[in-house]
Design a protein around this ligand. Structure first.
Ligand code: F6R
Length: 600
């Protein structure tokens, strides 16, 4: 969702800001803007649409060494040039960008800003107007900022400029992510380190309710009481090439292809000196001490959680519940006596999951985050973290993070099982190696899968995914992938549920993608296929070597039955990719979606 960048230093800021915004495009946005300040005042360029549209209107003749930029994903007010950030106070002195949601903006308008005429429909404009108001009432800029922040309810990452001081950027954050990047003769800010890797790999994390005053040579972090806080920078362990597409037409395809590599990296990262898989003993103790595990996640990560439950229950024999985070916030079930919460989140920033983490911490329960982003909010705020080591995932549709989540969950289950002296029955390192090889075979089968996508998904308006047991969960993920990037209405169902209602939707030619990788239910799922075929469906069966039959459209290599989701999801990711491509959709940046969902 929305992204922020800022630059203050020794050169014209425009290009750094624009490049930074391009690196934040993956988060999802519908308008963008930059504001720069020099001795002649502030100049704002903003536009609805893509950064490329913004670039077209930026006047090369105006230059300034200080600037802030923003990509907006609309929450309050439609996507438009007027609602795009930066926003200015009425007298034009202050110019501000904001991520997050100010929940009490209406109240603040009524209480403090009755006489102000607002230009946009955003909640953000309230912040910049309040800063102007308190300065007019006699406060120094910093004091006014502090007073404004103390009135805000909700989430924010804020950066603003004062027209009368071209040498300072003011920054604050609460719940929404924001980092300060350090350089020689310049400093930067960014929602995500990736945006500023172009100029530095040294970053300082900010904590909630901190204010930062940034000049080109100095970064001063303060708490709301005005006390200065010192914090060491860390080196972002990201390679600039990790975030480039290289020769790939889309990030999604690159990320699908990276999955075998990610598997091998995970094995290496989680293997101890003796070759055994290993996990921080504090995490394993927390697993062993819990009488029930609650997995909390959203979207694809939720689907990974459904499979993870099977891994943990089957290997480590601890009961697991899996919940969608946005529901859990309001509908907390009766908890067991010794719960352990596991948050699964690629980005580590999902606001719905974070809201649950905050309540869980208030209740005093232990929490583990499984994430791809070290230092992310969910990682910082949980007691323990397990990293995915998948490398940056840029495409909005999650692919390699899903399989990495499954691999890490399997390792967590296996190590817990062993420490409980339970027999797992297979060698996970070996099986994950076999999975990496099978993934390679699948990534090399793109032509066949493209053909299947052409045959089944080019003209249809809907598509159903069916499966039983683990295949059901993979079907849910396949349906999510297809709908989010190709806009085909796609739903996943348990094979046995079909005749309890959904079968009514089957018409002549409706594609039904059936997964058949589980021996115990192979015949029953094929029975379900017969039922839909009898009603006109066009079936596409994806089975596994050893269970295949003549009618199957695609057969995946054989892997351990419990671990099939790591492999069977790949043809579904590729089906979605090619369906989107054939339908001329924007694969990496599907409409209405954001990569990092930082509002509840
Ligand atoms: C789908 C997708 C989303 C995310 C969801 C949670 O391809 O990417 O469904 O899985 O928004 O995001 P994280 O995992 O970052 O918490």
């Amino acid at each position: 969702m929305c992204g922020i960048v800022g630059f203050i230093g020794n050169k014209d800021s425009k290009e750094v800001l624009l490049k930074g915004l391009e690196k934040l495009e993956y988060r999802g946005y519908d308008s963008a803007g930059i504001a720069i300040v020099n001795e002649n005042g502030v100049t704002i360029f903003k536009e609805k649409g893509r950064i490329a549209d913004l670039r077209r209107i930026v006047d090369e003749r105006v230059s300034a060494n200080t600037g802030i930029g923003h990509t907006r994903w609309a929450t309050h007010g439609v996507p438009s040039k007027t609602n795009a950030h930066p926003h200015q106070s009425t007298n034009g002195r202050f110019t501000l960008v904001h991520n997050g949601v100010i929940e009490n903006f209406d109240l603040l308008k009524r209480e403090y800003l009755k006489d102000v005429s607002f230009v946009s429909d955003t909640d953000t404009e309230v912040i910049v107007q309040l800063i102007e108001l308190f300065v007019k009432e006699g406060l120094e800029v910093l004091e006014s900022f502090r007073k404004t922040l103390s009135l805000l309810r909700g989430s924010y990452a804020i950066a603003f400029l004062d027209e009368r001081d071209k040498d300072t950027i003011y920054v604050a954050k609460n719940k929404s992510p924001l980092l300060v990047g350090l350089g020689t003769g310049f400093n930067v800010i960014a929602s995500d380190a990736m945006a500023m890797l172009q100029v530095t790999d040294q970053f300082v994390e900010l904590m909630d309710k901190e204010i930062v005053i940034i000049t080109k040579d100095k970064v001063t972090i303060q708490n709301l009481q005005g006390e200065t806080i010192s914090r060491n920078p860390y080196t972002a362990e990201l390679d600039a090439s990790d975030i480039e597409k290289g020769t790939y037409p889309h990030y999604m395809l690159k990320e699908v292809d990276e999955q075998p590599l990610v598997m091998r990296k995970i094995i290496q990262k989680y293997q101890g000196k003796n070759g055994e898989l290993t996990i921080d003993s504090k995490i394993i103790d927390a697993m062993k001490q819990s009488d029930r595990i609650y997995i909390i996640a959203a979207g694809t990560s939720y689907h990974a959680g459904l499979v993870g439950k099977q891994f943990i229950e089957k290997m480590a024999k601890i009961p697991v519940e899996v919940h969608v985070s946005s529901e859990f916030v309001y509908n907390m079930p009766l908890l067991s006596e010794k719960p352990l919460f596991i948050f699964i989140s690629q980005s580590g920033e999902t606001a719905d999951s974070r809201a649950v983490l905050v309540s869980v911490k208030e209740l005093g329960h232990p929490a583990l985050t499984i994430t791809n982003v070290p230092g992310s909010t969910l990682s910082r705020e949980a007691d323990y973290t397990l990293l995915l080591h998948a490398g940056p995932e840029i495409a909005v549709a999650s692919t390699k993070a899903y399989t990495a989540q499954l691999a890490v969950l399997a390792i967590l289950a296996e190590v817990t099982a062993k420490s409980r002296e339970l027999e797992v029955g297979f060698d996970l390192v070996r099986e994950l190696g076999i999975i990496a090889n099978a993934m390679e075979v699948l990534c090399d089968s793109k032509e066949i899968i493209e053909q299947v996508a052409r045959e089944f998904l080019t003209v249809t308006r809907n598509c159903f995914f069916i499966g039983r047991s683990l295949d059901f969960y993979v079907g849910l993920e396949g349906a999510l992938k297809l709908k989010e990037i190709s806009y085909i209405q796609a739903e996943g169902f348990a094979g046995g549920e079909l005749k309890h209602g959904t079968i009514a939707l089957i018409e002549e030619g409706t594609p039904v993608i059936a997964l058949a990788t589980q021996e115990g239910v192979n015949l029953s799922i094929r029975g379900n296929v017969k039922e839909v075929v009898a009603r006109g469906a066009n079936p596409c069966i994806i089975s596994m070597k050893g269970l295949e039959m003549d009618e199957d459209s695609f057969v995946i290599p054989q892997v351990h039955e419990l671990l099939t989701p790591l492999v069977s999801v790949i043809p579904l990711q590729l089906l979605a990719y090619y369906a989107a491509l054939h339908r001329d959709c924007d694969v990496d940046k599907p409409r209405n979606l954001a990569k990092s969902v930082t509002v509840e």
